[in-house]
Structure formats: structure tokens, C-alpha cells
Design a protein around this ligand. Structure first.
Ligand code: SF4
Length: 265
């Protein structure tokens, strides 16, 4: 890849960068809400997400990581910006994670690209017919998803992988708007219990019906949300593709593949 400054300036030519130097920037939660609501297309939405600076702690962390870098990637540019959602622009299936990894998505600028969790996820998506190729290593590697879009409740890499409730609430304005711009979604795979909780909280904010009592998260759990426009959205729980789960065998390739087959209904 051509050399870039780290973090990468908007519109500098990074593969897949949705923004330009003129993309409007949100500096606080109110501006996120306003700019999200005014994004009429998914392309404009992704561009606005990718330049957001509304969470001071996360902006500082993502940019510090991009400058300091991990030794193994010291010769590479780091994206160091919010990582926009990735995949099919008109999906029926969403994969809901948590936040980008500091040296994965925050480096490559693409969801789950360039880390061990992503290796597992993209390999499974390839085996089950959703991904163009089995690996995802860089923003210009030719990977593509069919029918699927990866979304994150928080678009910036957080310290210790732990966004605060305030940061989740601020970034939630982006997620709510994204769901409006994706009118054909009928299934969600929630990676981990936090994504499961986020799916329920988001469904409630969106005015979707949520079963009571709630279905508890476990691997293979299924619940259904009802949208005001008449869709039934199946939400499937899946253990997160974290190294903790994959190294210990808590999540196997077969278990992960089965979730994506089940998602087809
Ligand atoms: S986490 Fe979301 S709201 Fe906060 S700065 Fe990043 S993109 Fe903006």
C-alpha cells in the first residue's frame, strides 16, 4: 500500500475511504444526532461516521495507537479513524460486534480486518457463502460480502476494548440512523452478550417490538423483533470470535458456521 500519514486524513486516497476533506465532522453527541439524521444515503452516512470526533477519550486513544503502533506493524500506516460499517450496501443480515480492535480495524480501516478475530469470522463467512474470499488482511485485498453488513455499536477502538455507557449512547445515534438506511434487514447475528444487549436496546429505541420476558443470551439463542414497517427481524446469539473463545474451544468453526447457516432461516 502507498504510504499514508497516521491517522489517515479524509480523502487522502486510502482504499475504501468514504470521506473527503469536506465531509462534515461531528464534535459532540448533539452533532452526531444532527449529522446522522441528515445523512440521506449510505455513502454519505459512512463518510460522516468515518470522520467523527464526538468522543474525546476515543479520539485520543485511536490516534495515539495509530502513532505509536504495534512493533509488528511499525512500517505500516494506521487508519486511526472511526471504522465504518463494511459489506453489502443493501443487506438482509447484519453482524453486530462491539468496537474495532486497536491494531486490527483501527489499523486497516475496515471492520474485523487484520486481526485474529476477523480471520475466524471471514473464514466462516466464506465457508457459508457470504464472503468473496476466506481472508481479510487489508482494505485493498478485494474482500466483499454478499447480503451481509458488519456494523459496530461503537466505531472507534476503545482502551481495553471497553467503551463507556456515554460513548455507546453517543455512537448509538449513528447505529439508529444506519438501521433506517437499511430497510431490508431481516436477521442480526449478535457476537457476544454485549452485542445481544445492544441489539435489544437498539430495537427498543427504534420502536421495534421486543419479546417479554427477554430471551437470555447464549450461543444459538434466537429472538424476534417486530418493526413498524412489518418486518420480523430474527436475532441470533453467537459467542464472540475473540481469541479467548476460539483458542479455548468455547467457539469452534463448526459452531460459528452453523449460526450463519441458521441465519438464513
Ligand atoms: S465512537 Fe462513534 S460517536 Fe464516538 S467518536 Fe467514534 S464514531 Fe464518533
Amino acid at each position: 500500500m502507498v504510504d499514508f500519514p497516521s491517522p489517515v486524513p479524509p480523502g487522502a486516497g486510502w482504499p475504501g475511504d468514504p470521506a473527503t476533506a469536506r465531509t462534515p465532522v461531528a464534535h459532540n453527541a448533539a452533532e452526531v444526532a444532527r449529522l446522522a439524521a441528515a445523512a440521506d444515503t449510505l455513502a454519505e452516512f459512512d463518510a460522516r461516521v468515518s470522520v467523527c470526533r464526538a468522543c474525546p477519550r476515543l479520539v485520543a486513544w485511536r490516534e495515539q495507537v495509530a502513532v505509536e503502533k504495534r512493533a509488528a506493524f511499525a512500517d505500516q500506516p494506521y487508519w486511526g479513524r472511526p471504522v465504518p460499517s463494511f459489506g453489502d450496501p443493501d443487506p438482509w443480515l447484519l453482524i453486530l460486534g462491539l468496537a474495532p480492535a486497536a491494531h486490527g480495524g483501527n489499523r486497516t480501516g475496515r471492520m474485523f480486518t487484520g486481526d485474529k478475530s476477523g480471520d475466524w469470522l471471514f473464514a466462516s463467512l466464506y465457508r457459508t457463502g457470504y464472503a468473496e474470499q476466506p481472508t481479510a488482511t487489508a482494505a485493498d485485498d478485494g474482500q466483499a460480502l454478499h447480503g451481509v453488513r458488519m456494523v459496530a455499536p461503537v466505531h472507534c477502538a476503545p482502551p481495553k476494548n471497553a467503551p463507556t455507557p456515554e460513548e455507546k449512547a453517543t455512537c448509538g445515534h449513528w447505529l439508529d440512523r444506519e438501521l433506517v438506511l437499511l430497510p431490508h434487514v431481516t436477521a442480526i447475528v449478535a457476537l457476544g452478550s454485549m452485542a445481544w444487549q445492544t441489539a435489544h436496546a437498539t430495537a427498543t429505541r427504534m420502536g421495534w417490538s421486543v419479546p417479554r420476558p427477554r430471551v437470555h443470551f447464549t450461543h444459538g439463542a434466537v429472538t424476534e423483533f417486530g418493526t413498524p414497517d412489518g418486518r420480523t427481524i430474527r436475532c441470533l446469539g453467537c459467542y464472540h470470535v475473540s481469541q479467548h473463545n476460539t483458542f479455548t474451544g468455547r467457539l469452534t468453526e463448526a459452531m460459528l458456521d452453523q449460526i450463519f447457516r441458521d441465519a438464513r432461516g
